[in-house]
Design a protein around this ligand. Structure first.
Ligand code: FCB
Length: 451
């Protein structure tokens, strides 16, 4: 037996997103988001599920905060719904939308929990999608205006901000694969969306800073260490290109004002819509890097792929050596260690926050209503130990956010995949702490755990 420990002041948190938990999709002036439209389109979401009610956190947020307090947590990563703040995409702020987040933030502060909001966790106002969405360059300016409005409204209470959640996922899944909202499959739309998001990141960063010079600002990047599938040099090079696209496409422009080497023939600047001067605009000297990580990625060379990478993820959800979660994702704690150390090495030891990490298991209540999700405890034990090891080996990791507080609306999978530390009965809305939630709460209280 040994003790895994974390530095003093290490943040123990959970993460959620507006679409996935809030419900109240038409309340208090909120307009339709691309996820509302997508979910209401038949055939898009498993079982025809929708986020209309979800966990009803719009009304039940005091219960959520009480659960986090019971778990001794110190940080809560949630997201702000753009269509609640600016129902028209731009234009006047809706005071009712702002008020909801003011009440949530105040409840968190009262409970001694750091509010850690994300400005964009995928709910673009549908009115902006109707004008072209992320492939339309103008969306960058709209986003910067929205970011400034939010910081103006909440900046007296909130110190730490996340601009985007997983830019690489929402551009790929939304505009190339079409599996997420708005459900488009178009290489050029994907390329343009990516560049607009980079412009938006730079512009929002500056807009937020000018509202509050002391705002601490980062982005939550989806990351996965890319390992060559075979022993060949070609696979090793392909893995580096995949790394550049998946892990660095929104990071390298922000920190270094350039696109990383992902495409065999260099970045397709024209198709991306890059204009002169843009590589200055995309710069955003982020104060911390958020890492969302679930598993590793094995990559092989694949000449002639659809986007010009000549690379392909053999198993995009990990390899086949570790156990699999109910979602089929490989449990591979070293992935988190490897990724944190690589970013630490390649970007001069930045401040890192693990902004998401977790697992889907369906374990539900037994005859007495207790939820014994032992596999989830094992998952967290392994990945948290990997974080502790990365810190020992020199990384500056300040916090960890379990995905997620509550079982919730898992995008295209609807309510089938349960990632929560808390069980949610979607009929009644009732919440029950799982064994993993209790375990996590003890670890938070002790700032460590036994292995
Ligand atoms: C991430 C998302 C998050 C959640 C987890 C399982 O990609 O950011 O909203 O769905 O996956």
């Amino acid at each position: 037996m040994g003790l895994v420990r974390f530095p003093e002041g290490f943040q123990w948190g959970t993460a959620t997103a507006s679409v996935q938990i809030e419900g109240a999709w038409q309340e208090d002036g909120k307009s339709e988001s691309i996820w509302d439209r997508f979910a209401h389109t038949p055939g898009r979401i498993r079982n025809g599920d929708t986020p209309d009610v979800a966990c009803d956190s719009y009304h039940r947020y005091p219960d959520d905060v009480a659960l986090m307090r019971e778990m001794n947590l110190t940080s809560y990563r949630f997201s702000i719904a753009w269509p609640r703040i600016l129902p028209g995409g731009g234009g006047p702020v809706d005071a009712r939308g702002v008020d909801y987040y003011v009440r949530l933030v105040d409840a968190l502060l009262e409970a001694g929990i750091r509010p850690f909001p994300t400005l964009y966790h995928w709910d673009l106002p549908q009115v902006l999608q109707d004008r072209g969405g992320w492939p339309n360059r103008d969306t960058a300016g709209r986003f910067a205006d929205y970011a400034a409005s939010v910081v103006r409204a909440l900046g007296d209470r909130v110190s730490h901000w996340i601009i985007f959640n997983e830019p690489s996922i929402f551009t790929t899944m939304g505009y190339l694969a079409g599996i997420h909202a708005p459900g488009i499959r178009d290489r050029d739309a994907f390329l343009r969306a990516g560049h607009t998001v980079n412009l938006a990141q730079g512009e929002a960063f500056r807009a937020m800073r000018s509202e509050r010079s002391d705002a601490v600002i980062g982005t939550a990047f989806n990351m996965s260490p890319c390992e060559p599938a075979g022993d060949s040099e070609a696979d090793a090079a392909a893995a580096e290109r995949w790394h550049a696209l998946v892990n660095l496409w929104y990071l390298e422009p922000a920190l270094r004002g350039r696109y990383p080497h992902a495409f065999v023939d260099g970045p397709p600047l024209e198709a991306m819509g890059v204009r002169e001067g843009d590589m200055e605009l995309v710069r955003a000297p982020l104060d911390f890097l958020g890492i969302n990580l679930y598993t590793r990625t094995l990559v092989a060379e694949r000449p002639g792929d659809a986007i010009g990478l000549d690379a392909w993820a053999v198993g995009p959800l990990g390899g086949n050596e570790g156990p699999k979660t109910d979602f089929g994702w490989e449990v591979w704690p070293d992935a988190l260690y490897d990724m944190i150390l690589r970013i630490t090495r390649d970007y001069d030891r930045p401040v890192i926050e693990v902004t998401e990490n977790g697992c889907s298991y369906a374990d539900g209540p037994d005859a007495n209503g207790a939820i014994h999700d032992a596999r989830r405890i094992d998952f967290y034990r392994g990945y948290l130990a990997a974080v502790a090891r990365a810190i020992e080996d020199g990384a500056d990791v300040r916090g960890y956010h379990a995905w997620t507080l509550l079982d919730n609306f898992e995008w295209s999978e609807g309510y089938d995949q349960r990632f929560g530390l808390v069980w949610v009965d979607f009929e009644s809305g009732a919440r029950t702490l799982k064994a993993s939630g209790r375990w996590y709460g003890r670890a938070a209280a002790r700032n460590g755990f036994e292995v």
